[in-house]
Design a protein around this ligand. Structure first.
Ligand code: GAR
Length: 207
């Protein structure tokens, strides 16, 4: 953690290319945050290897149950790891579990998510495939605040891509992913800059 940087936590279940994009952004001068920890519900998630390679704490948390939700003790473990590192912003990146209202109430800072569609269209799983099935001509991705719904929170950033004749799920997902890697770090930068400005206005940070 570099001095003056806000500690960021990340939750990821898989490949971790968005984790990598944020690690890369944080390696640049002038980024307002540093990734303090990456946590995963999957022990074999490549996202954890990416964190380790960047010298960032990488933690597997056993979800202790199958399905979309984590067991309460697993959520408490995540909260404890975030609190230990004074994480102020939590970014979900391909995290395939739903956080409980209790977790969201307990975490003191913003929780962000990236989703591979232009929300509010196509929330939930297989967004790219469903966009193709509907015949959309413009697809894209969204960074939003996480609320109690599934992919329903206030939108922070979006980017659009064209659907090209002959696209399949893989080619469209790849085109969207390139935009995800661009907008997620920028959305985090914007949220952190705004929250520092708010804190200054409230008088708790001295300039
Ligand atoms: C990304 O496309 C992300 O938007 C999506 O999973 C992929 C994870 O890729 N997230 C969701 O579908 C969440 N509902 P990554 O592991 O390479 O970042």
């Amino acid at each position: 953690m570099r001095q003056g940087r806000v500690p960021i936590g990340m939750l990821a279940s898989g490949r971790g290319s968005n984790v990598q994009a944020i690690l890369d952004a944080a390696a640049e001068n002038g980024f307002p945050g540093d990734v303090a920890v990456v946590l995963s519900d999957r022990e074999d998630a490549p996202a954890l290897d990416r964190a380790r390679r960047a010298g960032v704490d990488a933690i597997h948390v056993d979800p202790l149950r199958k399905g979309a939700r984590l067991a309460p003790t697993a959520e408490e473990r995540i909260l404890a790891e975030l609190e230990r590192r004074r994480v102020h912003l939590l970014a979900l990146a391909g995290f395939m579990r739903i956080l409980s209202p209790r977790f969201l109430d307990a975490f003191p800072g913003p929780v962000l998510n990236i989703h591979p569609s232009l929300l509010p269209a196509f929330p939930g799983l297989h967004a790219q495939r469903r966009a193709l099935d509907h015949g959309v001509k413009i697809a894209g991705c969204t960074v939003h605040h996480v609320d109690r719904g599934i992919d329903t929170g206030p939108i922070i950033a979006q980017a659009a891509v064209p659907v090209i004749e002959g696209d399949d799920e893989a080619t469209l997902a790849k085109r969207i992913l390139a935009k995800e890697h661009a907008i997620y770090p920028e959305a985090i930068r914007a949220v952190l800059s705004a929250s520092v400005a708010d804190t200054r206005r409230e008088g708790s940070i001295d300039e």
